[in-house]
Design a protein around this ligand. Structure first.
Ligand code: FES
Ligand code: FES
Length: 152
């Protein structure tokens, strides 16, 4: 199941999930950074859990529910907040950041946000704008740490 639709794809089972998404399915919203499971740019949800799609063979998601940034249809409030707060600059990390943030509970603290996004690297924003976007999405107060340049 991919973004709510059943998909049957004929590829070598060892093909990386990210390649199937981008090249076979045309879902180029999922970005590749390191290709080694280190940067989080390629994060998608598999059965609701954030996973680096660059290190997952497509055979592992047979029968699973995969959600990519396209599954949000550009309409998720967190996508708008990333733009409003300038949490997206070059945008390479943004889809992965958003997919990881979606796994947060209803009232996250700044530390919760930091932890949820700890596996997602950003080279542009210094993280503060990203944390602000996520906290605003959840209606949480912006404590001082969310306004500083911080490194996750
Ligand atoms: S591209 Fe997958 S973790 Fe960096
Ligand atoms: S916005 Fe460029 S890497 Fe995060």
């Amino acid at each position: 199941m991919l973004n709510g639709e059943i998909r049957e794809i004929g590829v070598n089972p060892a093909t990386r999930l990210i390649d199937v998404l981008r090249e076979e399915c045309g879902l180029t919203g999922t970005k590749e950074g390191c290709g080694e499971g280190e940067c989080g740019a390629c994060t998608v949800l598999i059965n609701g859990e954030p996973v680096c799609s660059c290190i997952v063979p497509v055979s592992q998601v047979a029968g699973a529910e995969v959600t990519t940034i396209e599954g949000l249809n550009g309409e998720h409030p967190l996508q708008k907040l990333f733009m409003d707060e300038v949490g997206a600059q070059c945008g390479i990390c943004t889809p992965g950041m958003i997919m990881a943030a979606l796994t947060l509970g209803p009232a996250p603290t700044l530390d919760d946000v930091r932890t949820a996004l700890a596996g997602n690297l950003c080279r542009c924003t210094g993280y503060a704008a990203i944390y602000r976007a996520v906290l605003k999405w959840r209606g949480m107060p912006l404590d001082e740490g969310a306004g500083d340049a911080v490194v996750a």
